[in-house]
Design a protein around this ligand. Structure first.
Ligand SMILES: [Zn+2]
Length: 78
């Protein structure tokens, strides 16, 4: 059985880009991902730390850079 989502016909009307969820994990460390980078051969997910760490290199090849790290600061603000 394949669990790969093709995303065909599943465009969310409420958001032009899908929101990252707690199920999305950083490719580097496994923490919750807040940054999604689209590149030629797929997507990369990063936590805030690794997103910033790799941003300089990846920005050269990224097709899109989806950054939800602002949510982190909102959630942390008391
Ligand atoms: Zn990470």
């Amino acid at each position: 059985m394949s669990t790969i989502s093709t995303n065909t016909g599943a465009v969310d009307e409420l958001a032009s880009e899908p929101q990252l969820t707690a199920a999305d994990r950083c490719d580097s460390c496994g923490a919750q991902a807040y940054i999604r980078v689209t590149v030629n051969n797929g997507e990369l997910l990063f936590c805030a730390h690794h997103g910033k760490k790799h941003q300089e290199k990846l920005s050269a090849i990224a097709h899109s850079w989806h950054d939800e790290t602002a949510r982190l600061f909102e959630e942390q603000r008391a």
